[in-house]
Write a protein that binds this ligand. Structure first.
Ligand code: SF4
Ligand code: SF4
Length: 530
């Protein structure tokens, strides 16, 4: 055997010794996976039941608040707007019923946002994604758009049929009517938003007569487009692909958080032919595989596949399945709000501690019904360390804000000492300092604010522009809800320079409301005067 032949034989043997892995490239040039899968349309069926009714209620309340709030009036007197909730950007004020927030009080808004964040943590750790399922604007508007769609095109089967039907005048009319109403809702949504930023009745007239500012039309256009696209066209895709919340909230759930759960420990093995199974001596679960839960799901998922990111916990599948259980004469709750700890306990019961496959007979009593050993949610589980911490933090922020709100001053003074020159030596030997004094009248009524000197014995003051003699105090009128800036000269006679304590205070008072504020200032004198 030649050397070449020996090498070839040895190479062949080595190749055969290498194990071949059973794998296939899924992204080859000829079989590249698409980056974006086309959307499969979802045609949610109308659900009915307690959770659906609760969702109707939430929908009416939230939409009512959103659309009607700008039209509520609140009498603040002749010097302030009478809109109950108003973000007055031009005058940099935020009005919320009896509360008025100035720009320097923005921490109240920051505090509210912090409370909203902690509140969301609290709700999620307790009842899961209740925000997503009931109150999120995306959920509410999709629900509203679905109401319109059902009213025009019919329920699930009719809509599927219409969607598959060839183009016709009837189809065009239905589709046009639906999209027209969607656009009107979207315009109303964008319109309602701008009413929060100006006097709603006047702005309405301005918009209708094409006299509003361009920014109002642009805002309405943007919000109309987003409402129509997100609520009418994209629907569940916004929740699944665009919203970060489903990803974040997983960190807030624990084994005692309530989530919508398919209780496979009593539902499996599922069967559409319970009688046949019984005749064959097979045990079957409560699920009759009717797909009612799938048909109502607005996210197009099957809750029986377990917890999924797409599930917004709207609980419509619970309503659908409860309806089926009622018809079958079985206990409700095959799909229910349940905690992971209860689910695990029941699963252990149905699988004999995980040693066997699910046998629903293990969770049933003689003669039907669920065994007393089955774990159910108890309200006590809401009260646990995590929820106490969230509630404590939420309450603390709320109480601090409430205290700050109830004790805040509506009269403030800020003073800026002239830096150049720091003082002026007058011909009679006295020394004069200049100050810019800002008086904030934070109530919607005119006030006469008394500005006085406290300390600096012998000094007098003069307010530039006010026809008042030099004195230790001066009355300064300030317009309602305004800041007034005045120049004040403080003069110290020459014979007081050596004994003067150069620190003193500007005291501002409103004698009518007994409100006051103080600013500590200093008085500059030439070196060597003391
Ligand atoms: S699975 Fe049920 S709770 Fe989840 S989104 Fe669908 S219908 Fe709502
Ligand atoms: S609605 Fe209930 S019974 Fe019907 S498929 Fe869903 S889980 Fe099973």
């Amino acid at each position: 055997m030649t050397l070449a032949t020996e090498n070839a034989a040895s190479s062949t043997a080595s190749r055969e010794a290498v194990e071949r892995i059973d794998a296939e490239a899924v992204n080859t040039a000829g079989k590249r996976q698409p980056l974006y899968a086309p959307r499969k349309k979802i045609f949610p069926k109308r659900a009915s039941g307690q959770f659906r009714r609760f969702k109707w209620l939430i929908m009416f309340v939230t939409l009512g608040i959103y659309y009607l709030t700008p039209w509520l009036r609140w009498d603040r007197g002749p010097y302030a707007p009478d809109q109950a909730v108003l973000v007055d950007l031009a005058n940099r004020r935020f009005y919320f019923f009896f509360i008025e927030i100035w720009p320097q009080e923005f921490f109240y808004i920051a505090g509210l946002l912090v409370m909203a964040g902690i509140g969301l943590f609290l709700i999620t750790s307790t009842v899961g994604r209740a925000w997503c399922g009931y109150t999120c604007p995306q959920t509410v508007w999709v629900d509203l758009f679905l109401v319109v769609e059902r009213a025009i095109e019919g329920d699930r089967n009719a809509r599927i049929k219409l969607d598959a039907a060839p183009f016709s005048a009837g189809k065009l009319a239905k589709r046009s009517a639906k999209h027209l109403i969607w656009v009107l809702i979207a315009v109303a949504t964008g319109g309602a938003w701008v009413f929060y930023f100006a006097d709603a009745p006047s702005l309405f007239v301005d918009i209708a007569t094409a006299q509003a500012a361009p920014v109002a039309y642009m805002t309405i256009a943007v919000l109309t487009a987003t409402t129509y696209v997100f609520g009418g066209l994209m629907r569940e895709q916004v929740c699944t692909y665009m919203c970060p919340w489903p990803r974040i909230q997983a960190a807030m759930l624990d084994e005692n958080s309530l989530t919508v759960t398919y209780n496979d420990w009593r539902g499996e093995p599922r069967s559409r032919h319970a009688k046949k199974a019984a005749a064959e001596g097979r045990t079957v679960g409560d699920c009759v595989d009717c797909n009612a839960c799938v048909a109502v799901c607005p996210m197009g998922i099957d809750i029986r596949d377990g917890q999924q990111l797409e599930c917004i916990t709207c609980a419509l599948c619970i309503d659908a399945c409860d309806g089926v259980m009622d018809k079958l004469g079985r206990e409700r709750g095959l799909i229910s709000y349940a905690t992971l700890s209860d689910y695990n306990a029941n699963m252990a019961l149905a699988t004999a501690g995980g040693t066997e496959t699910i046998n629903p007979d293990r969770v049933r009593r003689e003669g039907g019904g669920l065994s007393d050993k089955v774990a159910h949610f108890h309200w006590r589980k809401i009260f646990r360390p995590r929820t106490f911490v969230y509630f404590g933090a939420w309450s603390l922020v709320g109480l601090v804000m409430l205290y700050a709100l109830l004790t805040r001053d509506r009269l403030e003074v800020n003073v800026l000492h002239d830096r150049n020159p720091q003082y002026v030596l007058l011909s009679d030997g006295s020394v004069r300092n200049g100050y810019t004094v800002k008086l904030l009248n934070m109530i919607p009524e005119p006030r006469v604010i008394l500005v006085s000197l406290e300390g600096l014995t012998g000094a007098t003051m003069n307010v530039v522009g006010l026809d008042q003699p030099d004195d230790r105090s001066a009355a300064v009128p300030v317009d309602p809800d305004r800041l007034r800036e005045v120049r004040i000269f403080v003069t110290l006679p020459a014979d007081r320079l050596s004994e003067a304590d150069t620190s003193f205070r500007f005291v501002v008072e409103d004698k009518a409301s007994f409100e006051s504020d103080v600013y500590r200032a200093s008085f500059n004198i030439p070196e060597g005067s003391r």
